[in-house]
Design a protein around this ligand. Sequence first.
Ligand code: AKG
Ligand code: FE2
Length: 281
Amino acid sequence: MTVAVTDIVDTARYPLHDPGGEGWVRAVESVRAELRESGCSVLRDFVAAEHREALRAECASIADRAYYEEQTVNVYNTAPDDSLPDWHPARRTTLRGNAFVAREDIPAEHLIHRLYTDELFHRFLADCLERPQIHPLEDPLAGLVVNIVNPGKEHPWHFDTNEFAVSMLTQQPRSGGVFEYCPHIRSAESENFADVGEVITGGGRDRVRELPLRPGDLQLFHGRYSLHRVSAVAGEVARHSAIFAYSDRPGVVGSAERTRQLFGRVTAAHGTTARTDDLLD
Ligand SMILES: O=C(O)CCC(=O)C(=O)O
Ligand SMILES: [Fe+2]
């Protein structure tokens, strides 16, 4: 039997079933205030306690479907550019050791998939993010992913391409694997290379916040302006998190090049640029 989304979510705290109601408005106001202050808001225990083990087990059962290929990246995910001066943060590269399970490999009945497509969930998120509407991506791979950080691996410092990120820890490592972020270290007007460079070389710890997360917590985050990472996972248990990607526009699909980097493949939805050869057809 499929469980309704309003049964998965702790609706006593987050009344998804009552858009615009008193509890809804209270929850939304508190998220908005936190996003303004720090670019990050955690909706603690968003998934009701009785569903948290299923949430963990479902994602763990598909973790081996992730695409593993360690890549050398910089914080901006830009191509190497030797013409930049030595001090420039874009010159510093690290190994990105996390791996993503693609949306098409996540069964439709899994809790995270049901949340991802749910209209009340969309409406609630849009309200929290102060947007008229948000839309799931039309991308069969990048729309919803499980981010796997195995023991000994890390998801290094970076900025996101999207202005906002919605994610949920589903499995907690025994130690390490901490989400760390620097609230609004840059803005649309200012890159602030000096501070970014300091943090990615291990300094500037006074700017860094560590975020304790538990499975079932929902996180809203302004990843385009707040530098962030998942520190190296220690112990035997991998860190798993679901990442729900939305856009202000309907119909968004990632570029073929970026898709291939992240998933090792593309689909028909990624268009004709998906070819790997230079033949006419
Ligand atoms: O897994 C997480 O909690 C963070 C993931 C992340 O920063 C990303 O995928 O851009
Ligand atoms: Fe990110």
